[in-house]
Design a protein around this ligand. Sequence first.
Ligand SMILES: C[S@@+](CC[C@H](N)C(=O)[O-])C[C@H]1O[C@@H](n2cnc3c(N)ncnc32)[C@H](O)[C@@H]1O
Length: 265
Amino acid sequence: MPKINDLDLENWKDLSEITTDSLWIIDKRYNENGHKNGFWGNFVPQIPYQFIQRYTKVGDLVLDPFSGGGTTLIEARRLGRDALGFEINAQTCQVTQQILNDAEKFLKDNVTAKAYLTCGDSTSLDYNKELQKIGKKKAQLVILHPPYWDIIKFGQEENNLSNAETLGAFLEKFQVIVKKSVDVLEKGRYLAIVIADKYKNSELIPLGFYTMQVAQREKLKLKSIIVKNFDTTKGKQNQQALWRYRALANGLYLFKHEYIFLLKK
Ligand SMILES: C[S@@+](CC[C@H](N)C(=O)[O-])C[C@H]1O[C@@H](n2cnc3c(N)ncnc32)[C@H](O)[C@@H]1O
């Protein structure tokens, strides 16, 4: 099997920072080297860090079709991998471009990797063209962190997945993006989906397992299901007591975890 990372397995006992367990408890966001915590709905840089280290080499391309605040892009470039992100919301895209520019000063001298951001709709962009524009043919890792359907409204755009009117419409749009991503993913490489479930009318909607199945339909092989702890979002911090009351009153449990599905082409 060709090697797809730069880890030195001869000295595998020294790789203590690389996680191999399926339960991830991350208590603090890594907020250094250009990472900022201003984007509501971001994930922690430790997520892309783990996958970039295990599934890519220096010089490879990491694709993130839901780039939001740019966490994946900053982390990939910091680790010497090129990164390409797509973001549908023009304002988010503009702010993230500035964050990427600002983060450049944290790069080590020997890093030549670049982070590219295209402002556009991932359901309609031509991924091959976008890769061509930056001199690439294939991506070596795809990270998908879609809206958790309508939990957070990320913009007004019709094709913003957070505006999907039904679960079916959300999954249809997600499938288009998975398909396009798989098309440019190099064979033998990995795609990760980061997502949580949600409640609607007091019923649990298992978005995680639905999106996992969408990806499996694209002939990807499921390799791992990771459960990661999940902190109260900024929006819900002030309402913790109310949520606890609702949970007690409705016989529900409050979400403290999200899923990461890891699949291989
Ligand atoms: C959960 S956030 C991603 C956060 C990101 N991982 C971070 O750490 O900042 C999802 C993002 O996907 C964007 N998005 C939703 N639908 C999209 C689409 N069709 N094309 C491109 N971006 C989309 C949203 O506007 C939002 O910024």
